[in-house]
Design a protein around this ligand. Structure first.
Ligand code: ZN
Length: 51
């Protein structure tokens, strides 16, 4: 699942790491444009992907 860089206009950044935490999944991103690193936590239930 890609994300948009919060620090520059680059979009569709591919995650470089993914961690599952029960019903939540954390993605770590590094922007190829500006080098900014950020992470997101998503609730899988909100995306209808819960097993
Ligand atoms: Zn960026």
């Amino acid at each position: 699942m890609t994300d948009n860089c919060p620090n520059c206009p680059l979009q569709d950044v591919e995650p470089m790491a993914e961690h599952d935490r029960g019903t939540q999944v954390s993605h770590l991103y590094r922007c190829a444009g500006c080098g900014h690193v950020w992470s997101t936590n998503r609730d899988l239930n909100a995306y209808g992907e819960a097993a």
